[in-house]
Design a protein around this ligand. Sequence first.
Ligand code: PLP
Length: 463
Amino acid sequence: MALQHPRNPFSCARRAVAEEVFSAETARVPTHALPPGEMPGEVAYQIVHDELMLDGNARLNLATFVTTYMDQYADRLMAETLDKNMIDKDEYPQTAAMEMRCVNMLSRLYHSPDPDKATGCSTTGSSEAAMLGGLALKRTWQKKRKAAGKPTDKPNLVTGINVQVCWDKFANYWDVEMRLVPMEGDRYHLSPEEAVKLCDENTIGVVVVMGSTFDGSYEDVRRMSDLLDDLEQRTGLDVPIHVDAASGGFVAPFLDPDLEWDFRVPRVQSINVSGHKYGLVYPGVGWAIWRDADALPDDLIFWVNYLGDEMPTFALNFSRPGAQVVAQYYNFLRLGVDGYRSVQQYSRDVARYVAGEIEAMGPFVLLTRGDQLPVFAFALKDGVENYTVFDVSAALRERGWQVPAYTFPKNREDLAALRIVVRRGFTFDVADLLLSDLRKQVARLETLPAPLVRQDDAGGFHH
Ligand SMILES: *Cc1c(COP(=O)(O)O)cnc(C)c1O
């Protein structure tokens, strides 16, 4: 974000001052203990600024789903609101009002049956929103069990093994057993048929992912719901669905409006979405949206004073930045439905184009094509033995591109792939630069006698 940094603090005259301060005993900056004394702001600025040069370039980061480009008006608004605390609803009532308007807009976008009573909140990201969604499922299940005089000590949650780490955290922090459906063959996400087999009276819900982080594919919410309807008919078990739409929640409504994955499916009780992914806001905002007020148990809600009124809140954090929520509201106003559609359509067009070009290069096989999320994964064809996807990732890194390579989980640990996430700001022009670098590097890698980077040397999958 282009905040108002002092411009070029090391102009010639200033450089002399800074160099003097910086000489002798301050020549080495302490990194693990507080320095004993002060230093001029411009010196400290330059030290921090210089060190950050070693970070990757955010715009060349094709690993992240998180927004790396906003326009100048968003930058300006965020700079103006950096001091606002989201929890101070009484002091910043208009920021609070914008948050509620965003919840209303999302509730309508997701076809809530009663959007006038929209239920939801902003969060730090999808991780917090997932925790809240999961907690509501757990509490609802506990209440039903208690009312029936049944034990509540063994809750479980059913998901695909491809779920994002936030669900492992949820299960760990709140003592819920994770029941994971493994991958099989060329199925890299949840199988509703396998998921339903894992459900029992202790299942608090099934998480269905709209946009798997491994390959950008959508899971089938409608099919999952149909199979759970069938389970209910057969056994009486009523298992709800939470949709993890961290990325897809801002893609599917605009590009695939007929796809029924949201509250149009009655079994869907809650949805999490990352404002800072395809919601197009810089890192720090997500949303948790419930189908209606009944889907969120009252006893999870705390009340805070808001303009002399009591206002409900449900969150893990107390203080949180308000600027991201303001920026989300700005985006909603600025882009509207048409704007979001055209931004995401452009990203999908770029993703499909890059995927097609990579497929045509020869050594690669596509696992997905960028036609759901604007994200796709690709692997090396069988028979390519003298270099690995980890070599390809390292070779691209030489030119500044960050394209992660990673192995898949159970039962496809044998599969190693690369993934490209196309986001706003990744244009056809930039895509052509990436493709040209990839072609050059592949030609070089093909002359290798043996791989340079093997799977064991490469890091794990962190996204
Ligand atoms: C990114 C992601 C998350 C975590 O979201 P944050 O907003 O980074 O906390 C959860 N689920 C899925 C499917 C994701 O892609």
